[in-house]
Design a binder for this molecule. Sequence first.
Ligand SMILES: NC(=O)c1ccc[n+]([C@@H]2O[C@H](COP(=O)([O-])OP(=O)(O)OC[C@H]3O[C@@H](n4cnc5c(N)ncnc54)[C@H](O)[C@@H]3O)[C@@H](O)[C@H]2O)c1
Length: 182
Amino acid sequence: MTTEAVGQVKTVLVTGAGQGIGRAVALAFGRAGWAVAALDVDEQGLGETLEALAGCGAPDRVALRADVADESQVAGAMAALDRRWGRLDALVANAGIADPRWAGQLDFPERPGDADALRRLTAAWDRLMAVNLRGAYVCCAAAVPLLRRSDRAAIVLMASTRALQSEPASEAYAASKGGCSP
Ligand SMILES: NC(=O)c1ccc[n+]([C@@H]2O[C@H](COP(=O)([O-])OP(=O)(O)OC[C@H]3O[C@@H](n4cnc5c(N)ncnc54)[C@H](O)[C@@H]3O)[C@@H](O)[C@H]2O)c1
């Protein structure tokens, strides 16, 4: 669908749409008659989402392979949307990763002075923040020029109950989702 053809059709970008909640959100928009852009790092997941979007009657759909933690890749995705639709009516910043401590892949240092363990832990914190919190911000900021061309633009940030309640082994995740909450 070209910039001219998109006309009155509403347009949405859903990040993390390669599976899970993001795919379900993308399909719900598609069923409601919106043109849908699905962004994800997972090429195969994107392909499956595109196929499902075609089957549910979305008037236009586009797959954008990008890592939300990388602003150059996100800028590239927005440039592609500018060429295709020239406008965005909604952004759903949904891409997110789980806390590796919650998944049992990482834990606090066993002994005082274990700098390596602390380094692994903080590297995981940094990556989680880069995707869940900074990534959401990067997508919002990069989408602003396209959203400004809509007469009624909206942004949805995918937060979590973890932003509000304490649960074990999810400190980084809870902090990232706190940053996405009103
Ligand atoms: N599942 C839950 O119970 C739940 C509860 C509350 C909030 N959430 C939030 O909802 C969102 C989606 O959760 P989900 O359960 O569908 O997760 P999921 O793991 O099933 O899907 C996440 C998607 O995001 C993509 N993704 C991950 N890192 C990315 C990156 N750097 N750039 C682009 N895409 C990336 C993945 O490839 C995947 O397709 C997340 O933000 C999550 O924190 C989930």
